[in-house]
Design a protein around this ligand. Structure first.
Ligand code: FES
Length: 254
């Protein structure tokens, strides 16, 4: 284990306050609240946002990029879109200075600790590369497609079957669906072409490929659908404001 390193004078950080320090070449967000000091990696586990630039309130730091909150005492991810903890480090005060010793692992475990990691390279979804139109068949055991006319509302109902694999909330309630366009299929007058405009919580969302695949699968359950196109839209960017009340309740966001 590494030794504690003196990073700053106590008098140089207001109470409450925060600052950015460097320890062993790593950028660390340092927090001062009352008599206590805390240190976290300056990295939001959602998409790398700089935590030291966020707003500090009630032992919580809010990522300035998409608003995820972390507990500064443990590094635990408290609100989406972050679901994994960031590393919390040891801090002590001695001889008028603040000293930090880095930990190797996060202290806290987020709700997705059991989730299977996906390599970033394989999972990155390019914002300017819409997925091809690919007819897909529903796997054995899928629920039957609903009856009724094919329209935006019925497609959105189907899309509620698609859940973010880390948050366990459906993509409609998360606010990821920007639009649904239905047009006659070019080569079959009895069927329709469905285009779904979908965003991600970040450009490199690791769940992106799975969400696209599941979206195509559930809409293709309908016999009147010829093909499904998923168009990834990153502008305007997703924000937590797009979530429904149901999603907020599910995630414990108030
Ligand atoms: S990078 Fe921090 S919430 Fe997205």
């Amino acid at each position: 284990m590494q030794d504690f390193q003196r990073v700053i004078d106590v008098a140089d950080v207001p109470d409450p306050g925060k600052t950015l320090v460097e320890v062993d070449g790593e950028m660390i967000a340092l927090f001062h609240v009352g008599e206590a000091w805390y240190a976290l990696d300056d990295v939001c586990t959602h998409d790398g946002g700089p935590l030291a630039d966020g707003e500090l309130r009630d032992y919580k730091i809010a990522c300035p990029r998409h608003g995820a909150k972390f507990d500064i005492r443990s590094g635990a991810a408290l609100t989406m879109p972050a679901v994994r903890p960031t590393r919390a480090h040891e801090v002590k005060v001695d001889d008028g200075g603040v000293w930090v010793r880095l930990r190797d692992q996060p202290l806290a475990q987020g709700p997705s600790a059991h989730a299977t990691p996906v390599s970033a390279a394989a999972a990155t979804v390019a914002a300017d590369s819409p997925s091809p139109v690919t007819p897909e068949t529903a796997p054995t055991g899928s629920p039957p497609a609903p009856s009724g006319p094919l329209c935006e509302d019925s497609v959105r109902e189907l899309l509620k079957e698609v859940k973010d694999p880390e948050l366990f909330v459906n993509i409609v309630d998360l606010g990821l669906i920007y639009g649904v366009t239905i047009t006659p299929a070019a080569d079959d007058a009895t069927k329709q072409h469905v285009a779904v405009d979908m965003t991600m919580t970040s450009p490199a969302c690791p769940a992106g490929p799975q969400l696209i695949s599941d979206t195509k699968r559930v809409v293709n359950q309908r016999p009147d659908v010829a093909a499904v196109e998923v168009r990834i839209v990153m502008d305007p960017p997703w924000t937590p404001d797009r979530m429904t009340e149901a999603a907020r309740d599910q995630l414990g966001i108030f």
